[in-house]
Every structure is written in C-alpha cells, then in structure tokens.
Design a protein around this ligand. Structure first.
Ligand code: ADP
Ligand code: MG
Ligand code: MG
Length: 898
C-alpha cells in the first residue's frame, strides 16, 4: 500500500485519495505551473490512523523517502542549521472544510536554524518573523494553546514598541516575542516547543489527522452532509516566502467574481506578508489590480495562469499565491464557491464561450440555488441591526409588525399591515395567522418543525429555533440576552435564507427571477439603465430561463403541484406544473362548513344525515369546478377526505366544561350532555392512526359519495361548457385492497349516475395513496383496484419509522442527528434505504399487476432535490410539490435525468 504521493504523481481526479488541495496541487504541477515541490500523505493513511490510533506501518519510511527526495531536489535539509529547508504542513480533505486544522507554516525552524535562515536570506528580521509565526501556529494548532494568548502578546509588543502593524516590529521585538511565545507554549501546554525539525513535522502531521474529529469539523460535516469517515490528506510543501520584504507578498484571486459572476479577475494582495495574513484582516489589503503597478511581470504571469486554469478546469477557479522576491508561486487552486446568482450566470457564460455544453451547465446549478433566487431579498447595500440568529427554515426576506398570536396577525393583515407572526412554536391553530403573515419566527423547533414545514409549503419566509429569544406571548413581547425588547407592533425583519433577525425594517428587493418564471418570456435584451447591477440581474434571469428550458427538455418525470384552490392551481400552472398531484379537500370543510360536517357525523337518522350532505354538495361542486377549470386539460388528483374525525367534532374539553358548568349551576343541558356522550364515544387516543382516510369513508355513509358526486357534477358542467376537465379520484390511507374495492364500487356507481343524469360521458381514473407499509407490501393486490398510486411519503415515513412527525422534532430527533442515526431528517429527504425501498417495491409490484399504472409522489419529498433524484432512479412518472417549489422540482428532475 502506497501512502505518500509526490506532487508529480497525482491528478485532480484523485480527490478521494489526495484530498482537494493535494489533487489540485498535483494537477497544477503537471500543467507545468510554478508550484513549490512537495508531497501528499493520503486520506487512506488518515483513515487507518483514525481507526487504529497509530500511523499505519510503513508510513514513516515513506515519509522519510519523500522528504529525502524533496531535500535533494531543493539542495537543503529540513531544519539544517546553516541553510534550512522549511515546509508547510497543510490539511486537505476531499471537500473543503472550515473547522479542520489550520496550516502550520515554517516547519523546520529552531533556535539554531533561525540563524541559518537569516544568514542565507540576508535578512534577520524575516527569519525571526518566520520563527515567531511557527511557534504561534504550532502552539495553537498542534499543541492546543489558546490562540488569544499569542494575539495578546503580539498586540502588547506592538504597543510597547510603538509599532503600527506587525511589519513595523524590529528584529529585537521579534526575538523577544519568540521567547515570550515559547513561555506561553510551556505554561499552557506543559511541553516545550520542540527543537527537532523532524519531530515538528511528525507532530504536525498527526495533529492534522486528529483534527478530523474536532467538534467544529463534525458540525460542519453534518450540516453539509459530508460523510464522517472520509478522513483528510496532509500536504507537505516546501516553503516560499512572501514576508521577504516589499518585493514579496501573498494574495488570493478568483478568475471571475464569485459574488456576481461578472467576468474579470478579482482578488486581494498584501505585500510583505505570509499565509493567511491576507484574509485575517491584519493589515489592509490591496485590490489585485494594484499588483500590476508593484510587479508587472508577476501580475502578467498571474493572469496567464488564471486563464490556463479556467480553460483547464472549465470553471471559475479560486487561487492562493505568493510572490517571493519577484518570483510567483502557486499555492492552491480549486473550483471556487459562488453565490446562487453567480452560479447561473457563470454556467451561462461558459456555454456562450463554448467551454461547456448545456448538460454540463445544468449539472452545475442546483434547485437550492434556484430557490434562493426565487425569494425577495434584503437590499445588500442597506444598513441593518441584527439582534439574533436561528435556523433558516424557509427562505425569503420578510418585514412586518411583530404579532404574538394568530388572531392579531389576521386582524392586522386585514387592515393592510405587514405582519411577522412570533411564537415559541406553531401548531395547527396558527395556520390562519401564518397565512396572513409575511413571515414566521419561532424560538423553538428545527427545520422539520410544524412552522418550518408549513411555511415552506406556503412559500412564507420562516426562521425557527432562535433559542436566544425569550418569547412571552402573555406580555406580548420578546427579548434577547443583550436586553433588546420587541413589543407587539414593533417592526422586525427576518431573513429566511440566513436565519437572521433584525430590528426595524430592512429594505427588500423583489425577485426578478420569479417575475421572469411567471412571464416565462426572456428578459428584455437592453438593460433599462445600463447599470452594472441591472446587467447582472438580466444576465442571471436569462441564464435561469435558459437552464429551465434545458431542464424541461431533459427531464423524464412530470412535475405537478399540491394545490387546494383555484388560485393556487393557476399559480402552479404559471410556474410550469403539468397538473395537480394532490388536491386536499379537508380545508373545504373548515369554517362555517365544519358545523354541517359535525351534523352529518352525529346524525341520528338517515334523514338528518342526508340533509347535511345535501347542504354540502353544491359547495363542494363549486370548489371542484374552480380547480378543474384552472387546470383545464391537465390531471387533477383529488384526495377524498383524510383528516381524523375529531377535527370535525366539538372540542372534548370545552364541551365537558360546558356540560359540567350547566349541571353545577342547576340548569343541565340535555342536548349538550348527549353530544358529549357521543363525542366521548368517538374520542381516540391516537387519532393519526384512527378514524381517518378511507376508514372515515367506509364508516360514515354518504360522505365520500357526496365528494365523488360533486366531482362528477363539476366535470359534467365543465364538459358542457366545452372544457376538458381531468379529475382523478384518490382514496387516502388504504391498507388493504378490500377497502379500495368498496370505495371504487361506490364511486363508479356514483359517476355512472351523474353521467346518466347529465347525459355526459364521464370516466375518471380511481387510485389510491400508498402511505402505509401494508399497502406498499400488498401493492400487487392493490393495483388490481387502482389505476394510479400516489406515494404519500409524509405518512409513509411516519408509519414506517413509527415516528409521529408532530412530536419527534422536539424530543429525540436532535439526539438521533447527533448520533448519526440519520444525517438529515427522514421527513425532509426520503430515507432511501427504508421508506424509499418500500416505495420502490410497491412501484415495481404495482406495475407487474398493471403495466400502465401511473406512479407519483405527493409529500414534502416531492419538492426535495435529493428525494427527486431518488424518485427518478426508480422511474416514477411524476413528483408533486407546493406551487412555489415547482420550478425547483423541474430543474432537479432535469438534473436527475442527465
Ligand atoms: P487553507 O486550507 O486554510 O486555505 P492552506 O493550507 O491553503 O490553508 O494554507 C493557508 C495559506 O498558507 C496559503 O494560502 C498560503 O498563503 C500559505 N502557505 C501554505 N503553504 C505554503 C508554502 N509552502 N509556502 C508559502 N506559503 C504557504
Ligand atoms: Mg488555502
Ligand atoms: Mg397522508
């Protein structure tokens, strides 16, 4: 097994083995770019070390050999007293990871070799500056000394000697600082700063390995969904020096602007500096263009290299470089991170430049980036006062008056005010308030809390889990640890993309991308003002539209929307939905109609019941007419009534109190008492597993029939008007084919009746949700009675894991995420191994029974990028998601099909 690779051996495609930094250093070396020589210890060595607690056999020998070769090539020995070779020890995992160990520079300097370095360079100050940096970095990152202590000592020294910045420190200052730093190391770590160069190197390598498991690194990996077992590589690189005076320096650069995507070279340069000085804000950096004035040759060479890199990587690259006495050295490159806007714009530019094709461009942008561009944003130039930060649950920028309950939110919204609903956490009773608000802010809960899920579904901006906020709904205010108080009616702003909360109103700019997606016409070619920001916006919009066209051409799956009203249906269609995958009917029975449903359920005689049903029918018919009309010519999957019975009954506690009070005051209410007895009889311990869905349909006569009749009548009416309604009737919570058969018989009979009455020809597909494991496992049989399956992955996840979605968030999910039971909540991204397997088995077996069985998904997962890729892999026909998510799903379905 080979653990160590020279830079001349590797390539950019070996990031698994060499880490990103090592692979790219090797790539630049083989491109003939000026990279200081060095070698990489592989991630394999790190993994073995992490598993066994010691360096793998043979690693030391290999390092010896590579070090010897490096020494021979450079003509100096590591830490030599007369002419020392110095190296940097740099971590570099497959994915770049803040939180990993910092780089240690100048390894090899000791009390003796510092003099040799001074003599060879002819610069004593430089040698001692390098040495104090080594003791500082080594102390902090290898020996675990609190970095603040070095910073303080440095600051004090600057003050004492009247130095404005670190470059003003004299040799004497630096000498004393090194002594002081060594004392700090001894006091804080209990060990001496090692004076043997090879020991320095070995300890630094080991520290890089160990840093894989630091808390910060773990947290970052969890957030970014990077596997925990990759390990990091370690790069040993011959030092080049940017701190050798004014003709030396160090810098970072981008081949295009990573913020806006604008073409042209961007970066910062800092003369007479080393390592991270340029990003650490130690002194003011110069814009890269200044380098042209300071060192025209190096600048020209740098531009050439950047062009070489872009042509080679075919993408935006960022680089780190150092100039040592007029000689340019490349220390790092990688395909650079960028904003969502820049991602689309650059992908478009690269297609125009003929560097990549449309498929490649599509693969380089993500649904998450598109989602970001679809929300209004706070004006980047505007001032703001941040007061707290939580989790970014649903993107967007919302400004409004703080309201602490739903009723207030609704009332103010009706008066035309913008409102932010502030709650500790939300529950279904807050729905009206959430609808009325611009944004939702909670102090508890995570990304799959009620507030987060509902807000995302509605496209409302939402920030959750702002634990620093003390929300006091009684006093109608919240406060922060810093003593900021926000009373009801005070204006706040929340950023659902970052999780930030601001005091007062931050100005908002609307999303040009959304306007364009609705209009789906290309943005006008000439910018209104010709200003840079305008040009940028237009280029981004054009790139988005073009990418969407390509995604639509590439994707195999259809994208439908979950929509319950005509308005939502129209919006979904404008955003490119090919139909409605889930039309929920429960909300149609809330408000004034709830009372009628209550009468139907509690009816003592068939006559009472039918009276109620007759009252509901025209109302339902109007609902369906509106939706079918809005989606004319496209499928509309209507789910028959699903929620638990108790949602339609009077509240048990309220009713009990009423009856008890009536009795206590000597005027018993017989009717209320009878109602109470009935409600008690129907009360369930576990309503989500109780009388709901198809069970309700089978037990309450006439209820589902009423709905089917309303659908059929609506369709007949629209047909009569020359339209093309395409309802599909969906039965929820089926576990056994017998349930479905019973409803199917009733539905077919009812549709036939309406067809006869109206003299129209009516035939609708009848199918079922697959949301119980038993349904999935008996898909063969169920498909006999179903023309389509729609996977209700929310309930299927609950019932497969045995989790109650409404409760788990606050109880054991944090512990599960912490322990890595899953990396992301299975309610957010489909659990491919368990729930996904059920879906795939059911899809497969269903198709065996009925080859033209239509297969779709309607749960939260229908709009989730990772889940969409899974559904493409098992060849479902469509995904359905909330209207606002439709463009994201179209894009991801296209990417999944590449
Ligand atoms: P990070 O991963 O945090 O960017 P690096 O390993 O890239 O850390 O090191 C940080 C900086 O240290 C580099 O940008 C470069 O300026 C400097 N550096 C690293 N190795 C060397 C070296 N051999 N010679 C000179 N400077 C170096
Ligand atoms: Mg770097
Ligand atoms: Mg369900």
């Amino acid at each position: 097994m080979q653990y160590v690779f020279d830079f001349t051996e590797g390539s950019k495609d070996q990031r698994d083995l060499l880490g990103g930094k090592g692979a790219n250093l090797a790539e630049m070396t083989s491109l003939g770019l000026p990279v200081p020589p060095g070698f990489t210890i592989s991630t394999e060595a790190c993994r073995t070390y992490l598993a066994t607690g010691r360096e793998p056999d043979g690693l030391t020998d290999e390092v010896d050999r590579h070090l010897a070769a490096l020494e021979a090539g450079m003509g100096k020995r590591l830490g030599d007293a007369a002419d020392p070779l110095l190296v940097s020890v740099r971590s570099g995992a497959k994915f770049s990871m803040p939180g990993m160990m910092d780089t240690v520079l100048n390894v090899g300097l000791t009390d003796t070799s510092v003099a040799g370095l001074a003599a060879v360079a002819g610069d004593e100050r430089f040698a001692w500056d390098s040495y104090r940096r080594l003791v500082q970095m080594f102390g902090k990152t290898v020996l675990g000394v609190d970095g603040e202590r070095f910073d303080e000592a440095l600051e004090n020294r600057k003050k004492d000697s009247g130095a404005e910045s670190d470059v003003d420190l004299t040799v004497e200052d630096l000498r004393e600082l090194v002594a002081e730093f060594k004392n700090i190391v001894r006091a804080d770590s209990g060990s001496e700063f090692p004076q043997d160069p090879r020991t320095q190197l070995d300890l630094a390598v080991r520290a890089v390995f160990d840093s894989w498991h630091t808390e910060r690194a773990r947290i970052y990996r969890r957030q970014e969904r990077i596997p925990d077992d990759l390990g990091t590589a370690v790069n040993i690189v011959a030092m080049v020096f940017g701190n050798l005076g004014p003709d030396s320096g160090t810098g970072v650069a981008f081949t295009r602007d990573p913020a806006t995507g604008e073409q042209g070279v961007y970066g910062d340069y800092l003369p007479n500096a080393q390592g991270e000085d340029v990003v650490a804000g130690i002194r003011n950096t110069l814009p890269l263009a200044e380098l042209e004035r300071l060192d025209k040759t190096s600048y020209g060479q740098l531009l050439d290299i950047m062009e070489t890199l872009e042509k080679h990587y075919l993408d935006l690259c960022d680089i780190e470089f150092t100039i040592e006495r007029g000689k340019l050295w490349m220390l790092q490159t990688r395909v650079g991170k960028r904003t969502a806007a820049a991602a689309f714009r650059i992908a478009g530019q690269l297609v125009d430049e003929g560097l990549i094709d449309e498929d490649e461009a599509l693969s380089r942008v993500t649904g998450a980036q598109l989602a970001q561009l679809m929300f209004p944003q706070f004006d980047p130039a505007a001032a703001r006062t941040p007061i707290a930060r939580g989790m970014a649950a649903s993107p967007g920028a919302a400004v409004g008056k703080a309201a602490f309950d739903s009723a207030t939110a609704v009332e103010w919204a009706q008066q035309g005010d913008d409102v932010i609903l502030v709650r500790r956490e939300t529950n279904p009773d807050d729905l009206r308030g959430m609808v009325a608000s611009r944004g939702v802010l909670t102090s508890r809960g995570g990304k799959t809390s009620h507030a987060a899920v509902v807000a995302r579904g509605m496209g409302r901006t939402c920030v959750v889990g702002v634990e620093a906020l003390r929300v006091d709904p009684r006093a109608r205010e919240f406060s922060t640890p810093d003593g900021v108080r926000v009373a009801e009616g005070d204006v706040i702003s929340i950023d659902g993309g970052t999780g930030e909360v601001f005091l007062g109103a931050v100005p908002v700019v609307p999303s040009a991308v959304v306007d364009a997606l609705y209009g789906s016409e290309p943005a006008p070619s000439a910018p209104a003002s010709g200003e840079r920001a305008d040009v940028a916006r237009q280029e981004v919009v054009a790139a988005v539209l073009r990418t969407m066209r390509h995604a639509d051409a590439r994707r195999r799956m259809e994208v439908r929307a979950n929509a319950d009203t005509g308005e939502d249906a129209r919006r979904a269609r404008d955003l490119g939905a090919a139909g409605i995958g889930l039309c929920r009917t429960e909300h149609m029975f809330l408000g004034a109609r709830r009372k009628i449903v209550e009468h139907v359920i509690l009816a003592r005689t068939p006559e009472q019941r039918d009276a109620g049903l007759d009252e509901l029918r025209p109302l339902q018919r109007a609902d369906f007419t509106e939706i079918l009309e809005a989606m004319d010519g496209h499928p509309v999957t209507i789910r028959l009534l699903d929620p638990p019975l108790h949602e339609f009954l009077p509240d048990l506690t309220d009713l009990s109190v009423r009856v008890a009070v009536a009795e206590a005051t000597g005027s018993p209410d017989a009717e209320a008492a009878a109602l109470l007895a009935e409600v008690q009889r129907l009360h369930e311990q576990n309503p989500m597993l109780g009388m709901r869905g198809v069970r309700l349909g089978l037990v309450v006569p006439g209820l589902f029939q009423l709905q089917v009749r309303a659908i059929a009548e609506a369709a007949a009416e629209l047909l009569g008007r020359g339209l093309d309604p395409r309802p599909q009737i969906m039965v929820p919570l089926v576990a056994a084919v017998q349930e479905l058969e019973a409803i199917r018989d009733m539905a077919e009979a009812t549709v036939a009746e309406v067809a006869a009455e109206t003299g129209t020809e009516l035939r609708f597909p009848i199918g079922t949700m697959i949301e119980l494991p038993r349904a999935a496992m008996t898909a063969h049989a169920i498909a006999e009675a179903a023309e389509f399956f729609s996977f209700g992955t929310n309930d299927l996840t609950q019932t497969t894991w045995g989790f109650s979605r409404d409760d788990v968030e606050a109880t054991f999910f944090p512990a599960y995420l912490e322990r890595g039971v899953f990396g992301v909540s299975p309610f957010e991204s489909i659990d491919a191994d368990g729930v996904g397997r059920l879906v795939s088995i059911a899809a497969w077996e269903g198709k065996e029974t009925r080859h033209d069985l239509e297969l779709g998904v309607c749960g939260e997962h229908g709009g989730d990028p990772a889940s969409i890729h899974f559904f493409e892999s098992i060849k479902l026909d469509y995904v359905s998601c909330s209207p606002f998510r439709v463009p994201v799903a179209r894009l991801e379905a296209g990417r999944a099909a590449l």
